[in-house]
Design a protein around this ligand. Structure first.
Ligand SMILES: C[S@@+](CC[C@H](N)C(=O)[O-])C[C@H]1O[C@@H](n2cnc3c(N)ncnc32)[C@H](O)[C@@H]1O
Length: 232
């Protein structure tokens, strides 16, 4: 398993090193913007923390911070982390914590932990999170690790957490050997379990996605965004 993990992390770093990162959206994810009010409804943003797992160099980190959330990203590869700060013109300090490198923005409430998502825990990350934006992150996990990923994610979230999460649905007999992996609703519900309510926010075919939207993969894929809420 460890060897497999190392292999998978290497796979992503090779993709970053060779700029094979076609999923990177040039701006803020339009669905995150659209459904952000649903995410924070009734709970607000004051003193609230949002987790962006497997964040790459997404602009969503900056936008979430501009919505007054305290933002934490997790990313294994160094290249996108450095590029995020560089491309946004943000300076940062870098230090070590519990064997992980931490990149902390000087002027904004954004911190990115460099390391394997599976090696993180809420102590390392300074506590649990109120919100989570999982954009193409669960879908990046190989099928065998998706449930492990969800279990780890849940362990990092508060008792009343909320998530925005997207899934890709397509015919897996035509394609399912590389990310993003297809995840259908019944499997998603099984992985999160009965303590979570899952609501579909929108479902788009590739011809109804906004112009310039990345992560188009063909195969009549349906792009689905969900709101996931923990119930007590
Ligand atoms: C498909 S990309 C999604 C990036 C980001 N969520 C976005 O919307 O642009 C998956 C990212 O997860 C990172 N990654 C993959 N496995 C990881 C792991 N186990 N721990 C931390 N990061 C990981 C990859 O380096 C890559 O940047």
């Amino acid at each position: 398993m460890v060897d497999k993990r190392e292999e998978l992390n290497k796979y992503w770093c090779i993709r970053w090193a060779s700029s094979d990162n076609g999923w990177v959206f040039p701006g803020v994810n339009p669905f995150l913007k659209l459904y952000f009010p649903n995410l924070t409804e009734g709970k607000g943003v004051c003193n609230k923390r949002v987790l962006v797992p497997l964040c790459g160099k997404t602009t969503d980190l900056l936008w979430l911070c501009e919505q007054d959330l305290s933002v934490t990203g997790i990313e294994f590869c160094e290249v996108p982390i450095i590029n995020f700060f560089k491309e946004k013109g943000l300076s940062y300090e870098c230090y070590e914590k519990s064997c992980h490198k931490v990149y902390k923005c000087i002027s904004k409430d954004i911190v990115i932990y460099q390391g394997d998502f599976f090696s993180m825990n809420s102590d390392i990350l300074g506590g649990v999170f109120d919100y989570c934006c999982d954009i193409s992150s669960l879908s990046a996990m190989i099928p065998n690790e998706q449930k492990l990923y969800v279990d780890k994610l849940i362990s990092l979230l508060s008792f009343d957490c909320r998530l925005i999460l997207n899934c890709f649905e397509y015919d897996v007999t035509l394609r399912n050997d590389k990310p993003p992996y297809a995840i259908f609703r019944d499997r998603l519900e099984n992985m999160f379990g009965y303590k979570f309510i899952i609501k579909e926010l929108c479902c788009n075919t590739e011809d109804t996605l906004p112009e310039g939207y990345t992560s188009r993969i063909g195969f009549n894929t349906r792009h689905i965004y969900y709101m996931i809420k923990k119930i007590n």
